[in-house]
Design a binder for this molecule. Structure first.
Ligand code: SAH
Length: 372
C-alpha cells in the first residue's frame, strides 16, 4: 500500500534500522577527537591491511579497527536510519512531519502483526525489538482517543467481583484447593493490568474484614519484556502448566493469523470452571457481531457465557472451560439427540478450513488503523 511509503522510505522493507538514541554520550569532545583519530587510523590501516593480507603485519587491534570502520561504512549504505527522538528542538512543521512518519510506522508494524503468524511475530520482535516500542508509542496515542479502554473494563470487573467470596456466584474464580486467583494476561503490552491488579490487591488485603485475604497472581506475556512484570512468550505456547489459571485474558491481542492456537492454549492452561475474557475491535468481525467467532470457540470446547456489545468500538466476550462432569453431560445429551456426529464433523470442518486458509484471513479481519 502506497500509504506506507514515506519519501525515500519504503516502510514495507523487511528490515528497518534505527539509531540508538538511548545511548548516553559521555564526552562529546572526546568522541569527536577519537572519531578523527580513528579516521586517520583507519585510512592508514587500510594500507596496512593490504600489506597484512599479503603477508607479515600482525597487529590484531589495528585490523579490528579496520573491520569496525568498514562495517560502520557498510551499515550506512545498507541500512536507513530513523531518529524519531532527535536531540535538537524541532520546528512545528518538523514536528508535524515527525508525527506523520511515526504514525505511518505504527500502522506498518500493526499491519505486520495482524498479517503474520505468531511465530513470525516473535522472530520479528526478537530481531528488531525497537519495533515493539514504536508500536506501543503509537498504541498509547490511539488509546487516548478511545471513549473507554477495554483493559480498564477488565480491571474494574476484577475489582468489582472481589466483593463476593471466591468461587461463589458473582465472585472471582479461584483454584479449587488454594482458592488462589491466577490470571494470565496474554499479549499484555506494557502489563498495565498486572500493575493495577497488584496495587489493588495489596491495598485490599490490608483492609478490614468482612473479606478474607485473597491470594492472587498475574502472569503477563508478550513479545518483549519492557518491564519486570512481563515474560516473553508467543501466546500460543506459554510456560504455564495445564489447568493452572482461573482467568485468561486476551485484550486486543488476537493478532497472529493463527490466533485460534492462542484459544487452544487458553483452554490448556485454564482450570475447569476457569474463565476466558476477550476484548476485540468490533470492525474485525466479518458478521459485525462475532457470532461465527463464538461458534468457533464453542467448537474448541468453551462454553459461552456472554457477549457485551454495548461499546461502539469493542466487543467483549466471556467464556468458561466446563468441568469434566458437564462435558460428559453435554456429550450424552448430544448423543441422545443424535447430534454428536454433527458437532464432531463441524470441529473437523473448522480445522480443515483453517488448515487451508489461516483464521486471521476470515474469522477475524486484521485491524488496520486509519490515518489521523
Ligand atoms: N493487552 C494490552 C495490549 C494490547 S496490544 C492492552 O490492552 O493494553 C496487543 C499486544 O499483543 C501487543 O503488545 C502485541 O505484542 C501482543 N501480541 C500479539 N501477538 C502476540 C503473540 N503471538 N505472543 C505474545 N504477544 C502477542
Amino acid at each position: 500500500m502506497e500509504l506506507f511509503k514515506t519519501g525515500d522510505w519504503n516502510l514495507k522493507t523487511n528490515k528497518i534500522a534505527f539509531q540508538d538514541t538511548n545511548k548516553p554520550v559521555k564526552n562529546k569532545n572526546k568522541n569527536k577527537k577519537n572519531k578523527n583519530k580513528n579516521k586517520s587510523k583507519s585510512n592508514s590501516n587500510l594500507e596496512q591491511k593490504t600489506t597484512k593480507d599479503d603477508s607479515t603485519n600482525n597487529n590484531n587491534d589495528e585490523v579490528k579497527d579496520v573491520e569496525r570502520s568498514k562495517s560502520k561504512k557498510e551499515k550506512k549504505i545498507t541500512k536507513p536510519t530513523l531518529n524519531l527522538q532527535p536531540a535538537k528542538k524541532l520546528t512545528p512543521l518538523q514536528q508535524k512531519m515527525m508525527a506523520k512518519l511515526s504514525g505511518s510506522r505504527f500502522r506498518w508494524i500493526n499491519e505486520q502483526l495482524y498479517t503474520i503468524s505468531s511465530k513470525e511475530a516473535l522472530n520479528l520482535i526478537k530481531d528488531q525489538p525497537e519495533l515493539f516500542d514504536e508500536y506501543h508509542d503509537g498504541f498509547r496515542s490511539q488509546v487516548t482517543s478511545w471513549p473507554e479502554n477495554p483493559v480498564d473494563v477488565f480491571t474494574t470487573q476484577i475489582i468489582a467481583r472481589c466483593k463476593r467470596p471466591i468461587n461463589a456466584p458473582g465472585g472471582l474464580p479461584g483454584l479449587q484447593n488454594s482458592k488462589e486467583i491466577v490470571i494470565a494476561d496474554m499479549g499484555c503490552g506494557e502489563a498495565q493490568l498486572a500493575l493495577k491488579i497488584n496495587q489493588f490487591f495489596s491495598k485490599f488485603n490490608k483492609g478490614k474484614k468482612p473479606f478474607k485475604r485473597y491470594n492472587h497472581k498475574v502472569h503477563s506475556f508478550d513479545l518483549k519484556r519492557v518491564n519486570e512484570r512481563i515474560t516473553v512468550a508467543d501466546i500460543r505456547n506459554v510456560p504455564l502448566p495445564d489447568n493452572s489459571c482461573t482467568i485468561v485474558i486476551f485484550c486486543l491481542s488476537l493478532m497472529g493469523t493463527n490466533f485460534l492456537d492462542f484459544i487452544k492454549e487458553a483452554y490448556r492452561i485454564l482450570a475447569p470452571r476457569g474463565e476466558l475474557w476477550i476484548a476485540e475491535i468490533k470492525s474485525r468481525f466479518g458478521d459485525g457481531k462475532g457470532d461465527e467467532f463464538v461458534e468457533s470457540l464453542k467448537l474448541m470446547g468453551f462454553f459461552h457465557k456472554k457477549t457485551d456489545d454495548e461499546n461502539k468500538m469493542f466487543t467483549r466476550f466471556e467464556f468458561f472451560k466446563p468441568p469434566q462432569d458437564i462435558i460428559e453431560e453435554r456429550k450424552a445429551k448430544l448423543e441422545r439427540r443424535q447430534k454428536f456426529i454433527e458437532v464432531e464433523s463441524a470441529k473437523e470442518e473448522l480445522e480443515r478450513k483453517r488448515h487451508d486458509n489461516a483464521e486471521g484471513n476470515w474469522l477475524l479481519k486484521p485491524c488496520i488503523y486509519k490515518r489521523r
